[in-house]
Write a protein that binds this ligand. Structure first.
Ligand code: HXC
Ligand code: NAP
Length: 289
């Protein structure tokens, strides 16, 4: 049987207009889970700004936001560049006002055994996931502290922050850093009225997955049966969690990382299936220098 199906797309637990008059930035909001999160904020009345590198992604995110009847904005921004992040904040402040909510959702990732990773391959993922999240958070925090206004940050993570991520050493280390940063900033910025929480999706397939992610062994194959829930997550479920965490109904929740994965990451047991080395799991041949 597994876990029940969620309500339909378009439903919401929060009152209509929860985010009326508020401005929300979603990095990487033009694809996949970021787009789903942006849509749920828009449905609840927020004006939503989509930041990413590729024009076609931003256009898709903007269209999804505007289809709800909300106001949208799309800004080119490579979050690895602090000056581009500052410029994107300036652009949003000018057009919509200082963002009330920042969703650090953008990520870079590809499967690779650690021994195959080049220094630059490691660096790009750390730069996007860990450094980019810090640059966006820092800019958001400084502007709110200076203005004396409250705000809320959601950092989208991954459960290998706790467990390690064989085959994804760069992403797992970066996401662990993001989880830790969530806890630090929640303490530092609580006195200024700024909340910081993490949000971790489990297996959430979607049509925008990159070829690299699709190539991960097991991805796309019988996915519903790969978790105790007996089903995958639906992007709208992550959108509902994000809109709750940033809302006034979570006003006392900060420094927390919420996992939305049907308890999949707790399933480890003393006797696991026989172990296959990661290199073999990934279908790689013998290692060569
Ligand atoms: C090995 C790779 C590689 C691969 C890139 N590199 N892809 N190495 N296997 N599949 C190496 C390159 O050879 C290069 O190193 C370095 O990484 C930088 O590559 P570029 O293509 O120049 O980087 P860039 O254009 O900046 O693109 C960043 C990227 C790309 C991360 C590599 O994939 C990207 O833009 N991704 C954004 C979207 C994304 O990744 N979404 C996934 C999020 S999902 P050298 O040494 O050759 O210069 C997610 C799910 C989590 O996080 C859960 C999964 C289980
Ligand atoms: P996705 O569709 O590949 O989205 C990644 C987004 O990040 C893209 O829109 C991309 O846009 C943007 N991005 C990448 N590098 C950027 C940069 N340097 N500057 C600005 N934007 C950048 O991935 P997803 O599956 O929706 O993942 C969303 C989040 O959920 C990520 O944090 C991911 O780690 C996490 N997650 C996903 C799953 C899952 O099952 N899908 C599981 C665990 C965790 P541009 O290319 O236009 O820049």
């Amino acid at each position: 049987m597994g876990l029940p199906q969620p309500p339909d797309l378009g439903a919401s637990a929060l009152p209509p207009g929860t985010y009326s008059g508020q401005v929300v930035v979603v990095t990487g909001g033009g694809t996949g889970l970021g787009k789903a999160i942006a849509t749920e904020f828009a449905r609840l009345g927020a004006a939503v700004a989509i930041w990413s590198r590729k024009e076609e992604h931003r256009a898709a995110g903007l269209a999804a936001v505007e289809a709800t009847g909300a106001r949208g904005m799309a800004t080119e921004c490579d979050i690895r560049k602090p000056e581009a992040v500052a410029g994107a904040f300036d652009a949003v402040e000018k057009e919509l006002g200082l963002p009330d909510v920042l969703v650090n959702n953008a990520a870079g990732n590809f499967p690779a055994p650690a021994e195959d990773l080049s220094p630059n391959g490691w660096r790009v993922v750390v730069d996007i996931v860990l450094n980019g999240t810090f640059y966006c958070s820092r800019e958001f925090g400084r502007r709110h502290i200076a203005a004396g206004t409250p705000g809320s940050i959601i950092n989208v993570g991954a459960s290998y922050s706790w467990t390690g991520g064989p085959g994804f050493s760069h992403s797992a280390a970066s996401k662990a850093g993001v989880k830790n940063m969530t806890e630090t900033l929640a303490v530092e910025w609580g006195p200024y009225g700024i909340r910081i929480n993490g949000l971790v999706p489990g297996l959430f397939p979607h049509e925008d997955e990159t070829a690299d992610i699709r190539s991960t062994p097991g991805r796309g194959v019988n996915e519903d049966m790969r978790a105790p829930a007996g089903r995958v997550g639906y992007p709208r479920e992550l959108g509902w969690a994000a809109t709750y965490l940033a809302s006034p109904y979570a006003a006392y929740v900060s420094g927390h990382t919420m996992v939305v994965d049907g308890a999949n990451w707790q399933r480890r047991a003393m006797t696991n299936p026989e172990f296959t080395p990661i290199r073999d799991q990934m279908g790689k041949g013998p290692f060569e220098m």
